[in-house]
Design a protein around this ligand. Structure first.
Ligand code: PGA
Length: 264
């Protein structure tokens, strides 16, 4: 991998302008399969979703596309990045619970075994089996990604190794504070199961979204700070096929002139 790879950065007029672009990303992996595949189930592309407020509108839009028959849930296999420790799908606050709530079309995929849940109890064997299942499905073709205020991606907090696969991790206090509303009246969990940075880099294409001024410093550090484990999201500069979609507030700390190919 190229240490100087440059993510493509697009600064949109508003967060909602990302919706058609994100749906197009889904369509283009489905289209590539139609053109190149032999039509067997094994060739269905694997798309990995990111949870969190950033993607709420996208889940609704994706659900509408599926309900209205413009995207077929049977044309792809799904998975996601992370889960709070011990959170089964029916437990509010959990990532799969959120996904199913915002995008009910995924329920059928889960029931049919074409949505691969992150093993929420974190047993080592289950994590390796999950990785093998993703690999057998052909690996992740399209990875959606958010970013935390502290520049985490998935639950890889500052200091996380770039070489980890799926693993159990302890959440940063700022991450727990940001997740508070999901768990009221309870406290956010302290531990989670997450795709590692190595797992994320294994995706063929990565599309990261960041919206709002709260993400501006993390976005600057990701794109224009030093690459290193103090800034987990900076690992994306080691990947050759990354698209970063920002609203103006999230882009406000960037030196846009210095970003070759920035489309403002
Ligand atoms: P958010 O979370 O979309 O809720 O801001 C993103 C993240 O923490 O990765």
């Amino acid at each position: 991998m190229d240490h100087q790879a440059k993510p493509e950065v697009r600064v949109l007029d508003a967060a909602d302008s990302a919706l058609p672009l994100l749906l197009d990303e889904v369509r283009s992996v489905l289209q590539a399969r139609t053109e190149g595949g032999d039509g067997t189930a094994g060739n269905r592309p694997l798309i990995s979703l990111a949870t969190g407020g950033t993607f709420t509108a996208f889940f609704r839009a994706l659900d509408a596309e599926v309900q209205q028959g413009r995207i077929a849930a049977s044309d792809f296999v799904g998975t996601h990045l992370d889960e709070y420790m011990g959170f089964e799908p029916e437990r509010p606050g959990g990532m799969v619970h959120e996904l199913l709530l915002r995008c009910p079309a995924l329920r059928g995929m889960l029931a049919r075994g074409s949505f691969f849940r992150v093993p929420c109890h974190g047993a080592e064997g289950s994590l390796r089996a999950h990785e093998e299942r993703l690999a057998r499905a052909g690996g992740i073709q399209l990875q959606f990604l958010g970013i935390g205020r502290n520049a985490h991606v998935a639950f890889n907090e500052p200091g996380a190794s770039f070489d980890n696969g799926f693993h159990v991790t302890t959440l940063a206090e700022s991450t727990r504070a940001d997740a508070k509303a999901r768990f009221v009246p309870d406290q956010p969990p302290r531990r989670a199961v997450t795709a590692g940075l190595k797992s994320i880099l294994g995706a063929e294409r990565i599309v990261l979204c960041a919206f709002g001024s709260g993400k501006a410093e993390a976005v600057r550090a990701m794109l224009q700070g030093e690459v290193g484990s103090h800034c987990p999201a900076s690992v994306l500069r080691k990947h050759k096929n990354v698209l970063v979609l920002l609203d103006p507030a999230a882009a406000s700390s960037l030196d846009l002139d210095a970003i070759a190919g920035a489309n403002c």
